[in-house]
Design a protein around this ligand. Structure first.
Ligand code: UFG
Length: 343
């Protein structure tokens, strides 16, 4: 039987590449679009090693409507799309707001336009818990009010959600969409053939931790220990990227089955919050590595604490995460070691 084709924009990226694996293993045919603006071609080799086949790939910028049309025309029978492709660095977005608005909003608009032209009606969108800003109450549910974003990056996620709600509500519309609000993705595929590939000095916690343990960085700086949390460091909900990837398979299937409303929003996290120090100690336990770290000043813009209420995803999507924090961290370390072995 022919596999159902799903377009995966940003399919060579961190979350996108893991979703490609899970989609293929669930019986879909992921069709990757990526321009390698924040990923590497070697990801395609890793995917081929895991899957045993080379899935269709198009080197295209999602803002390029003509090139996007060519992909839809060539593939012929795309049934849905997952839109991962976006710029994602909070700090960089403050330096380059125009590029962030242009790329993140522009690519969604172009994708929606081309999807409509080709009659593709199912879209899963990568949103973020950043839309909640600094929440008044924890854990956050999908009904927790969104707050003014504290970066242009966060603002693009809120705007993209608004655009999708407006488009889906239009009387002539045929689009059905699921907005997945990711918490903090960590970890790597068990094979260690794909994982997070930060270009330059990592901004995110886990790649900084693994690079420190590998001797690439001298020490981790923990950004502040005077927050109103049990040990004073920030709380986040760290979700294994393979669990997160599986949520996309469930969401795509739900759209294709015609279940649910025209727009639905789900938190995708574990429902657990961990402090930065807990993560450091869990990493040490999971890997046997001693981590060199210091406490530094708070990072501007950091939310003191956020973690997900996952009741809605559990009840309506039937989705729950399975990996423990230690398992996720062990997979990150295995990936870091495989990187060190090739470079
Ligand atoms: N941290 C450190 N030292 C570091 C890096 C991070 O202590 O070197 C701390 C941060 O202060 C924070 C935690 O580790 O408390 C996690 O930081 P990340 O940068 O890994 O993740 P964030 O929670 O800041 O950001 C993530 C995504 C963003 C998204 C945001 C909110 O990377 O894309 O969640 O949704 F916008």
């Amino acid at each position: 039987m022919e596999r159902t084709k799903i377009l995966v924009t940003g399919g060579a990226g961190y979350i996108g590449s893991h979703a490609v694996v899970e989609l293929y293993e669930a019986g879909f045919m992921p069709v990757i679009i990526d321009d390698f603006s924040n990923s590497r071609e070697s990801v395609l080799t890793g995917l081929e090693q895991i899957l045993g086949v080379r899935v269709p790939f198009h080197r295209v910028d999602c803002n390029d409507a003509e090139a996007m049309r060519a992909v839809f025309a060539e593939e012929g029978n795309l049934r849905g799309a997952i839109h991962f492709a976006a710029y994602k660095a909070v700090g960089e977005s403050i330096e380059k707001p125009l590029e962030y608005y242009q790329n993140n909003i522009g690519s969604l608009l172009t994708l929606l336009q081309v999807m409509r032209e080709f009659g593709v009606e199912a879209l899963v969108f990568s949103s973020s818990c950043t839309v909640y800003g600094v929440p008044d109450k924890l854990p956050v549910t999908e009904l927790t009010p969104t707050k003014k974003a504290n970066s242009p990056y966060g603002a693009t996620k809120q705007m993209c959600e608004d655009i999708l709600r407006d488009v889906a509500a239009a009387p002539s519309n045929r689009l059905k969409t699921i907005l997945l609000r990711y918490f903090n993705p960590i970890g790597a595929h068990a094979s260690a053939k794909i994982g997070e590939l930060p270009l330059g000095v990592p901004q995110n916690l886990i790649p900084y931790v693994t690079q420190t343990a590998a001797g690439i960085r001298e020490k981790l700086t923990i950004y502040g220990d005077t927050y109103a949390t049990p040990d004073g460091t920030n709380i986040r909900d760290y979700v294994h990227v393979v669990d997160l990837a599986k949520a996309h398979v469930v969401a795509v299937q739900r759209l294709l089955d015609g279940k649910g409303e025209v727009v639905e929003t789900f938190n995708i996290g574990t429902g657990r919050g961990n402090t930065v120090l807990e993560v450091v100690h869990a990493f040490e336990r999971a890997t046997g590595q001693k981590l060199n770290y210091v406490i530094g000043p708070p990072r501007p813009g950091d939310v003191p604490a956020i973690y997900a209420d996952v009741t809605k995803a559990t009840q309506e999507l039937g989705f729950r995460t399975t990996a423990t924090l230690e398992e996720a961290l062990a997979s990150s370390w295995k990936w870091q070691q495989s990187l060190a072995a090739v470079s």
